[in-house]
Design a protein around this ligand. Structure first.
Ligand code: GDP
Ligand code: IMO
Ligand code: MG
Length: 434
């Protein structure tokens, strides 16, 4: 039975949390491979609402193991807060969560560095989640980061921390930032938090590889989306990690030969939070109509999400980067009221058709989307759980997306709940799920 990756195929918030939670009952372990508490995955189980930021969505299934892989950046305060909230709601986290000893530790000083770079005159503001994610990954790549294993070794930690913070404060002074932080108090807090985390820390690459050898199944959960990937996204308006399928291997220590399938999650339309190019962004009133019907507000920051129409060239690009076997199309119900629904089928620039995704933001901003308008179905699809029961025009819409992207639509989501989902009989997805 295959180990599979489930990830976002747009700019994040595609509904990955719901889908990972739903499919995780077929797997033994769910492993996150990148990002940090910039992610916000909302999962509804009956009347209970859970927002997961650092912890894989699989934690909500009793008895399943959840893994925070080496590719993540970990804010211990955010993690412990999330654990406490979940445990108060009756979820057993401490016995089921394993944290990589190689994940990087995020400190409040990373947020200070981010405020400095985001706010500096002349610097492009990315519109980040302000969680310090980028600066923590900067330290990782610069080979001066502090990892979970270092945090657990008190003497080594003190020396590394003091040296790292001396650098941060020197940079802050150079740029005339007089934000005071009590570096010693923060160090003490981290030492205390380390003791709560210690029992969950291990070599998660070994844990995952032994589990796979024993025939257990792993689901790799992507955060963010491929268009926010540091290499393949709309750079520099991206996050600082490898959100695409390749990240699952580097971010967990499991080889590509052990992974049998990749599933992309896409909304039936598209959204993005923060700055950056967005060729199919809808003006009002349609943009506002999507935002209202889809409750498109950030789960982490509460910011209104920018809303627009399904972008087939973008999906073809992310399908190629990730090698999608199947697509899950979410939030179909949000389009129920539209008379016609535009779908972008191609890009033009300077009067010519573009065949490749422009590598530069300046080019992407000038792209003219070419639309085809499909008739709306004007009937509620909310909660529909069998493909046959979808209105004919909704099926036509899905068939159109499938043809334009060149990947099967293996599953359709029609509401936030587990039961409000269709998995198509005979699909590649059904075979992968087993
Ligand atoms: P993620 O970051 O990819 O996990 O997505 P988010 O959780 O940030 O955003 C998706 C939102 O849409 C959540 O509030 C979900 O509860 C909700 N959602 C997921 N699937 C559906 C669906 O098919 N229909 C509707 N109406 N809402 C959905
Ligand atoms: P999930 O996992 C949507 C966006 C931010 C900003 C950019 C960089 O819920 O899909 P960062 O704080 O990561 O340095 O911000 O990336 N961003 C997301 N947008 N969903 C997310 O996560 C995101 N995580 C980061 O808005 O534009
Ligand atoms: Mg989200």
């Amino acid at each position: 039975m295959a180990n599979i990756i489930i990830l976002g195929s747009q700019w994040g918030d595609e509904g990955k949390g719901k889908i990972v939670d739903l499919f995780s009952d077929r797997f033994d372990i769910v492993a996150r491979y990148q990002g940090g508490h910039n992610a916000g995955h909302t999962v509804f189980i009956g009347l209970k609402k859970f927002i997961l930021k650092l912890i894989p969505s699989g934690i909500l299934r009793p008895g399943k193991k959840a893994v925070i892989g080496n590719g993540l950046v970990l804010d211990p305060a955010a993690l412990l807060d999330e654990i406490d909230t979940l445990e108060a709601a009756g979820v057993d986290v401490t016995h089921n969560l394993a944290i990589s000893n190689r994940a990087h530790v995020l400190f409040p000083q990373h947020r200070m560095m981010e405020r400095m770079s985001e706010g500096r005159p002349g610097r492009i503001s990315i519109g980040t989640t302000s969680r310090g994610i980028g600066p923590c990954y900067e330290d990782k790549i610069a080979r001066r980061g502090i990892r979970v294993a270092d945090l657990l070794d008190r003497d080594a930690f003190r020396a590394q921390y003091d040296s790292l913070m001396e650098e941060k404060h020197a940079i802050a002074r150079t740029f005339g930032i007089d934000e005071e932080d009590d570096a010693h108090a923060i160090r003490d807090q981290y030492e205390t938090m380390a003791e709560r985390i210690r029992p969950m820390v291990c070599d998660t690459a070994m844990l995952l590889n032994s589990a796979i050898r024993e025939g257990k199944r792993v689901l790799f959960e992507g955060a963010q989306g491929t268009m926010l990937d540091i290499d393949h996204g709309t750079y520099p308006f991206v996050t600082s990690s490898s959100a695409s399928a390749g990240g699952a291997c580097t971010g967990t220590g499991v080889a590509p030969t052990r992974i049998g399938g990749v599933v992309g999650v896409s909304k039936a339309y598209i959204t993005r939070v923060g700055g950056g190019p967005f060729p199919t962004e809808a003006g009002d009133p349609e943009g506002e109509q999507i935002r209202r019907r889809g409750s498109e507000f950030g789960a982490v920051t509460g910011r209104p999400r920018r809303c627009g129409w399904f972008d087939a060239p973008l999906l073809r690009y992310t399908a190629a980067i990730n090698g999608f076997d199947s697509l899950v199309v979410t939030k179909l119900d949000v389009l129920d009221d539209f008379d016609t629904i535009p779908v972008c089928v191609g890009y033009r620039a300077g009067g010519k058709e573009l065949v490749e995704m422009p590598p530069r933001v300046a080019c992407m901003e000038n792209v003219e989307p070419v639309y085809e308008r499909l008739p709306g179905w004007k009937t509620s699809t909310f909660g529909v759980s069998s493909y046959e029961e979808l209105p004919a025009r909704a099926k036509d819409y899905l068939a159109f997306l499938e043809a334009r992207v060149g990947v099967e639509v293996g599953s359709v989501s029609t509401g936030p709940e587990r039961t409000q989902t269709i998995v198509r009989a005979g699909s590649r997805l059904e075979a992968l799920l087993g």
